[in-house]
Design a protein around this ligand. Structure first.
Ligand code: VG1
Ligand code: CO
Length: 556
C-alpha cells in the first residue's frame, strides 16, 4: 500500500492530563485533531516500538470510537507498525488492554476512552497510550508527545480501506496486519489464574447469596455476562445496564454514590442483595456495596490486602502495597501489620507501574474508586469485584445452607475493630471557573508558605503543610505540585487538588480524612464524623468566596 504524507499544523492544548488526552468530542472530530496527536505519539516512541511493532487497540464503545479506530489504524500502518490487535467493535476495557499487551508481548496499546466522563456528540472523548508492560505511558513519553504536537508538520497515513471491526478475523494489507480479537478471552484467562473460580462459582450459584452488577451501559457490559453469568454461574438478572452504548444511556459512567444511583437504590432498598458493584466507562474503576453498606475505595484496597489469602494469586505473599497520596491511610495500617514495603504516590495509575515492574508492589489503590494488583498495570474494576466476592466466599467457607451469611458489612466492621477506621470523604466542585480555581490554589500556597508546626485550626494542631512531591524510587524521576496537604498532629488530613481529567473549566477536589481508633464511634456517618474538618477545609480555602459555590457537585 501507499503512504500519503498529509501536511498539518500544530494544534493548541494537546497536553496529556492525569490519564490520557481528554476533550469534548467536537474538538476531537475537528480536522487532524486526533491524527496530529497519534502522529506526535509515533514521533515520540523509539524506532523499535514503531517499525515492525505490534500494538493493541481497544475502547469503551463511546461515540466517535468507530471513526477514531480507523484513523489510528491508518496512521499506525503509515508509520511502519506491523500488526494491530483490535477488540471486536473496537471494544476492550482498560485493564483488558493492559492484559492483552502483556499476554501477546505487544509493544504497547491505545485505549479510546474518556473513562468516567460522559459520552455522546455533546460530551467527551479521550485517548490513552499504554506501554509494553501494559502501564500508562510515563510522563517522560507524554511530555515528548506534547512537545511534538507543538511542532508537527505532517501525518503519515496508509492508503488502505476501512477495516471491518465487527467480526473476528485477520486482514492483511501488504506486510501490515489487523487482527480483530475477542476482547474478553485473554483477560478472562488471566483472571482464571488469579482467582479460585470454583470458590467464586459456589458463592454465585448459592441460594443464600445475591449479587448485582451495574455495567452503567459502559465497557464492562461486554465483560459482565461472559464472566459473572456464563463462566461463574450468577443468575442472568445479576447484571443490569449490561449493553455498552455510545452515550452510556445518557449518564455519567462513574461508579460512585451519586452517578450509580440505580445500583445505590437497589442496595439501600428493601430486600437488598448481599453484594452490589458497578464499573466505569472503561472498566478500570469499581464501587462495591454490601446490603445497606458502602465500602469506601480507600477501605476496599486495605481490606483486599488484609484478605490476600482469599486470592490464590497472592498465596506466595504480597510484595508491597501502595496508594495514591489523597487515598486514606487505611492501607498504611495493613502494610505495617503485615510488615510490607509501602509507597505513597501521586494521583494517577502511571506511578504504580514502575513499582510493580520492579517487584515492589502487589496491591494498590486510589480513593477515586480504583483498585488493582500487579496481574496487570491498570486499575481493574472486574478484578476488584472478584476480589470482594472471593473475600465473602472465603469468610463463608463451610457455611451450611440457611445459616446466616458473614456479610460485606460484617467483614468491614471486623476490619475496623482490628485496625481502627479511617473516615474519609471527597468533595468535588466540577467545572468551576479556571481563573477562580487557580486563585484559590495560590491563596492556599501562600498559607502553606507561612504556616508552621503547631498552628491551630480549631481543635486541630498542624503537623505539616506542603505541596506533595514524589521521587520515583525506581527511576528517580520527580513529580512536583501533586496536591496541597494540611496534615494535623492526630494524623487527620485535608488535601486540595485540581483535577487533571476534566474537559471544561476546573474541577476542585477536597479530600478529608480522620482516623478513629474508638470502636464505639465506628458506626457514625462519615459526613457527621468529618463535619468539623470539612468546615475547616472550606474556611481555610475560602472556596465559596473564590468560586461562588455553596455546595459540591459530588460527594464521595
Ligand atoms: C481522576 C482521579 C484519579 C484517577 C484518574 C483516572 O483524576 O482522581 O485518582 O487515577 O481520574 O481515572 P483527576 O486528575 O481528575 O483527579 V479514570 O478511571 O478516569 O482513567
Ligand atoms: Co476509568
Amino acid at each position: 500500500f501507499q503512504v500519503t504524507t498529509v501536511p498539518t499544523k500544530p494544534i493548541e492544548g494537546q497536553k496529556t492530563g492525569t490519564s490520557g488526552l481528554r476533550k469534548k468530542v467536537k474538538e476531537f472530530m475537528s480536522p487532524n485533531y486526533l491524527a496530529n496527536w497519534i502522529q506526535a505519539l509515533f514521533d515520540s516512541l523509539p524506532d523499535e516500538d514503531v517499525k515492525g511493532s505490534t500494538l493493541v487497540l481497544g475502547g469503551d464503545g463511546r461515540y466517535f470510537n468507530k471513526e477514531a479506530a480507523q484513523i489510528i489504524i491508518k496512521i499506525a500502518a503509515g508509520n511502519g507498525v506491523a500488526k494491530i490487535l483490535v477488540g471486536r467493535d473496537g471494544i476492550a476495557s482498560t485493564p483488558a488492554v493492559s492484559a492483552i499487551i502483556r499476554a501477546r508481548k505487544a509493544n504497547g496499546g491505545f485505549i479510546m476512552s474518556a473513562s468516567h466522563n460522559p459520552g455522546g456528540p455533546k460530551y467527551d472523548w479521550g485517548i490513552k497510550f499504554n506501554y509494553s508492560s501494559g502501564q500508562p505511558a510515563p510522563e517522560a513519553i507524554t511530555d515528548k508527545i506534547y512537545g511534538n504536537t507543538q511542532s508537527i508538520k505532517e501525518i503519515k497515513q496508509a492508503d488502505i480501506p476501512d477495516v471491518n471491526l465487527s467480526e473476528l478475523g485477520v486482514h492483511k494489507f501488504g506486510d501490515f496486519t489487523v487482527e480483530v480479537i475477542d476482547p474478553v478471552a485473554d483477560y478472562l484467562d488471566l483472571l482464571e489464574q488469579v482467582f479460585d473460580f470454583d470458590l467464586l462459582k459456589s458463592l454465585l450459584t448459592s441460594k443464600d447469596f445475591r449479587f448485582k452488577f451495574d455495567a452503567m451501559h459502559a465497557v464492562t457490559g461486554a465483560y459482565a455476562k461472559p464472566i459473572f453469568v456464563d463462566r461463574l454461574g450468577a443468575p442472568e438478572d445479576s447484571v443490569f445496564n449490561g449493553v455498552p452504548l455510545e452515550d452510556f444511556g445518557g449518564g455519567h459512567p462513574d461508579p460512585n454514590l451519586t452517578y450509580a444511583e440505580e445500583l445505590v437504590k437497589i442496595m439501600y432498598g428493601p430486600d437488598a442483595p448481599d453484594l452490589g458493584a458497578a464499573s466505569d466507562g472503561d472498566g478500570d474503576r469499581n464501587m462495591v456495596l454490601g446490603n445497606h453498606f458502602f465500602i469506601t475505595p480507600s477501605d476496599s484496597v486495605a481490606m483486599i490486602a488484609a484478605y490476600a489469602e482469599a486470592i490464590p494469586y497472592f498465596r506466595s505473599g504480597l510484595k508491597g502495597l501502595a496508594r495514591s497520596m489523597p487515598t486514606s491511610g487505611a492501607l498504611d495500617r495493613v502494610a505495617k501489620e503485615l510488615g510490607l514495603p509501602f509507597f505513597e504516590t501521586p494521583t494517577g495509575w502511571k506511578f504504580f507501574g514502575n513499582l510493580m515492574d520492579a517487584g515492589k508492589c502487589s496491591v494498590c489503590g486510589e480513593e477515586s474508586f480504583g483498585t488493582g494488583s500487579d496481574h496487570v498495570r491498570e486499575k481493574d474494576g472486574i478484578w476488584a469485584v472478584l476480589a470482594w466476592l472471593s473475600i465473602v466466599a472465603y469468610k463463608n467457607k463451610g457455611k451450611k445452607e440457611g445459616e446466616e451469611l458473614v456479610s460485606v458489612a460484617d467483614i468491614a466492621k471486623e476490619h475496623w475493630r482490628k485496625y481502627g477506621r479511617n473516615f474519609f470523604s471527597r468533595y468535588d466542585y466540577e467545572e468551576c471557573d479556571s481563573d477562580s480555581a487557580n486563585k484559590m490554589v495560590e491563596h492556599l500556597r501562600s498559607i502553606i508558605a507561612s504556616s508552621k508546626k503547631g498552628d491551630k485550626y480549631g481543635p486541630y494542631e498542624l503537623e505539616v503543610a506542603d505541596d506533595f512531591a514524589y521521587t520515583d524510587p525506581i527511576d528517580g524521576s520527580v513529580a512536583t505540585k501533586q496536591g496541597l496537604r494540611f496534615i494535623f498532629s492526630d494524623g487527620s488530613r485535608i488535601i486540595y487538588r485540581l483535577s487533571g481529567t476534566g474537559s471544561a473549566g476546573a474541577t476542585i477536589r477536597i479530600y478529608i480524612e480522620q482516623y478513629e481508633p474508638d470502636t464505639k464511634k465506628h458506626d457514625l456517618d462519615a459526613q457527621e464524623a468529618l463535619k468539623p474538618l470539612i468546615d475547616i477545609a472550606l474556611s481555610i480555602s475560602k472556596l465559596q468566596e473564590f468560586t461562588g459555590r455553596t455546595k459540591p457537585t459530588v460527594i464521595t
